[in-house]
Design a protein around this ligand. Structure first.
Ligand code: 5RP
Length: 229
């Protein structure tokens, strides 16, 4: 089975948790897109839910799929968010932001009673950090912020290059109008310490370490779905 089919299986497993009338956070990325697609099929068959997209891309997809949408201002508390991840460990600590949507993803996950991660099983790691950690920053003072990030990394026991994410030769701009710095760390021995250090830097808007937010994960592998809770 190819990776995309595994992603769809994970999405289908999470769909089983959705009940009529739920207020749902809709994630971003290729795995979350499968969930939105499957949810759309259910909605068009008469199932009523309301969704909050975590990116402009998901907004467009969900709208086309016929899913009723709202905002966190109208609906500040959600029942369930279903989203992908770039990496996760056995304690449901995540790296997210590969699709540059980490800020809205974290706000939406934090507003939800439950966050469920959907992924192919290869995303599960023993130690976070092989996937470069995305950090969303304000464009003003970029180099100064980058140096503060390097210091915070060293203080948290990790090291590696911190580079500006580019798109078509220019700095990628997020839905919130910010830039993304990717920290290639290899391993993050103490994600909590790094998260604290990064959050204390004024130019950092948010980082891609999602700690204490996910309650379950559905991981699809060749031998079926593994559920971590
Ligand atoms: C977007 C994300 C995605 O959830 C993450 O990048 C996983 O994407 P995919 O499902 O395409 O592998 O964090 O910001």
């Amino acid at each position: 089975m190819n990776v995309d089919a595994l992603k769809r299986e994970a999405a289908a497993a999470a769909l089983e948790l959705v009940e009529p009338g739920m207020r749902l956070g809709l994630g971003t990325g290729s795995t979350a897109a499968h969930f939105v697609d499957l949810l759309g099929q259910k909605v068009r068959a008469g199932f009523d839910v309301v969704g909050i997209p975590t990116s402009e891309a998901t907004h467009v997809q969900a709208e086309k799929a016929g899913i009723r949408l709202t905002t966190l201002d109208e609906t500040p508390e959600l029942d369930l968010t279903v989203d992908g991840a770039d990496e996760l460990d056995s304690r449901l600590r995540l790296i997210k932001g590969g699709g540059a949507a980490l800020l809205r993803e974290k706000i939406v996950a934090n507003a939800s009673t439950r966050m469920v991660v959907i992924a192919d099983a290869a995303k599960k790691v023993d130690v976070l950090g092989a996937f470069p950690l995305p950090i969303e920053v304000v464009p003003f003072g970029l180099e100064s912020t980058r140096r503060c990030i390097v210091k915070a990394m060293i203080a948290a026991g990790c090291d590696g290059a911190v580079t500006l994410r580019l798109k078509d030769g220019h700095a990628l701009v997020t839905d919130g109008g910010h830039f993304i710095l990717d920290a290639a760390l290899g391993r993050i021995p103490d994600p909590e310490a790094l998260a604290l250090g990064l959050s204390a830097i004024p130019g950092v808007v948010e980082h891609g370490l999602f700690l204490g937010l996910a309650s379950d994960a559905f991981l699809a592998g060749p031998s079926g779905i593994e559920r971590i809770s």
